[in-house]
Structure formats: C-alpha cells, structure tokens
Design a protein around this ligand. Structure first.
Ligand SMILES: Nc1ncnc2c1ncn2[C@@H]1O[C@H](COP(=O)(O)OP(=O)(O)OP(=O)(O)O)[C@@H](O)[C@H]1O
Length: 271
C-alpha cells in the first residue's frame, strides 16, 4: 500500500484551505431492531472543506448514501451531529429542515429529476420561484455560461442529451448559491464522454465559482476529478486521498479490500 496516497483521516486535523462547509461528528445510523439491526454508519467524524469538490467512495453497502442523507438533513441520525456551516442539522425541526434544504443545500441526482413540461431555464430557476425569491440574473448568466447552456435554455428535458440535462440539474442546484451541493452518482446514467463533460463542469463550478460539492460515486475516474476522496467501509471512515488520480483511487479501494480480507494488517483503517 502506498501511504503517500492513502492516509487515515484525522477528524481533528483542520482542512488546509478554509473552514469546513459540512461536518459530521460521531454520526451513527442504525436501521432495524434487535438481531436485525444494521449499523449503516458507525461514529463517523468527517469534514468537507468549503470551496472543494470531495468524493465519497467505498464498497456497495458501506454507508455512502446514508452519510450523505444525514449530512443533508434528508434522514435523521440515530446519534451524533451533522453541521452545515455552523448549523446543527440534527437539532432542526421539520419546518427548519425544509428551509435549510431549500435555501442552503443543492441536490444533483443520478436520474436528473427535471420537470418534463418546463424548459431548461424554468427548471434552473425553479428553486428560487418555489422560495418566492427573485432570480439573480447575473448569477444565472454566470451559471449558464459556465455550464455551457446558453443555447439550450428554451429546450425541454426531452430535447436535451443526458449530459445537457445533468448540466441543467447542476445549474438548478447552484442557483440559490447553496452552502453545499450533494451529488449522488451524478454520472451514473451517462456515457463516459458525457460523464467526463459533467465532471469537468462540476469541477469548474468549484474552481471558478467557489462552490462546495460533495459527490458520491462508484467510479474511480469520476472520483479523480475531486480535490479529495473520502473512503468509507463498513459504516466507518477508512481513509482519504488528496489530489486523487484514477490510479491512486483504485489503489485506495484495493487497500480497503485487502484490509477487509486481513484485518490484522489494517493500521491505516480506523476500526
Ligand atoms: N432503509 C433501510 N433499512 C434497512 N437497512 C438499510 C436502509 N438503508 C440502508 N440500509 C443498509 O445500510 C447499509 C448502508 O447502506 P447505504 O445505502 O448507505 O450504502 P451505500 O454505500 O450507499 O451503498 P451503494 O453503493 O450500494 O448505494 C447497507 O447495509 C444497507 O443495506
């Protein structure tokens, strides 16, 4: 194992660039009861830096979606805390949670989730309309320019390619300037070329527009677009990779598998 690319995560270590946008502290999620209890997340401490693209990776069933759902306030933790900025998401009631999700969090899903009867432009501004706000036209133009959608604004989703639809979904997620965008397998439904294009736009949104994105992915090539990869296994943080490449991500995942086989050789994995 190359320890220069695969390091244990130190939950107390400050992020190098600025304060974390999102934090999990001792986050635990149990499903079911008694014998059938599943410990989907087990005391997770994790930081996601503001202004960065972070990927969450790990084997199927390791707890990636659960972690994202708890951080985004889509599901309630059994114990522990999730913070968006200084707000403790786990302490909010339903009304406050709805507001937080609408105003401070953006979502991008594998299946795009655009409204078919609306044009690209109407889909993009929908969160602002729903909140009864006024669209910041300058920000709208910046997003549309960055995401290469200027020629597509009057098209309906059925008239757009998968990659274009996902770019509309990204613009919709960013239109309210949320503190963080959570992207769940954003390239899962795209061919590799459209996927690469969407990932480039996600990275531009971070680099050029200063946004914060947390992305769950199974794909080492997709994860390599991130500034950092957080590895999760058996509901626990198992390590991280800074400035990942497809090769270092694969090595990190392989190390997880090897460690799974031989737990006594697992010094880098927090058990
Ligand atoms: N609603 C639920 N009820 C019971 N168990 C659940 C529920 N949701 C998730 N789990 C279990 O919790 C664990 C973590 O699931 P989770 O969906 O977070 O994993 P994941 O890493 O996102 O998996 P995948 O990569 O396959 O999407 C798994 O063992 C899963 O079976």
């Amino acid at each position: 194992m190359d320890t220069s690319v695969y390091r244990p995560l130190d939950p107390e270590a400050g992020m190098p660039d600025g304060a974390p946008a999102v934090r999990g502290r001792a986050l635990t999620k149990l499903y079911g009861r008694g014998e059938a209890t599943v410990r989907a997340l087990d005391g997770v401490d994790v930081d996601f830096a503001a202004g960065h693209l972070t990927a969450i990776m790990g084997p199927s069933g390791s707890g990636k979606s659960t972690l994202m759902h708890l951080l985004a306030g889509l599901d309630a933790a059994t114990s522990g805390q999730a913070f968006i900025g200084a707000t403790d998401v786990t302490a909010l009631g339903d009304t406050e949670l709805t507001r937080l999700r609408r105003e401070r969090v953006g979502f991008v899903f594998q299946s795009f989730n655009l409204l078919p009867m609306f044009t690209a432009e109407q889909n993009i501004v929908l969160p602002v309309d729903l909140a009864g706000g006024t669209v910041d036209r300058e920000w709208f133009d910046t997003l549309v320019g960055t995401l290469g959608l200027a020629q597509r604004l009057t098209h309906r989703p059925s008239e757009l390619s998968g990659g274009q639809q996902q770019r509309v979904a990204i613009a919709r997620a960013l239109i309210t300037k949320p503190d963080v965008v959570f992207a769940d397998e954003p390239t899962g439904n795209l061919d590799s070329r459209s996927g690469a294009e969407v990932l480039s736009f996600l990275r531009r949104s971070v680099r050029e527009l200063g946004r914060t994105i947390v992305m769950v992915t199974h794909d080492p090539t997709a994860a390599a677009y991130a500034d950092r990869v957080v590895l999760i296994a058996d509901g626990r943080i198992a390590g991280e990779i800074q400035d990942p490449t497809p090769e270092s991500v694969l090595a990190g995942l392989d190390a997880l598998r090897t460690l799974d086989d031989e737990p006594t050789l697992a010094p880098a994995v927090q058990r």
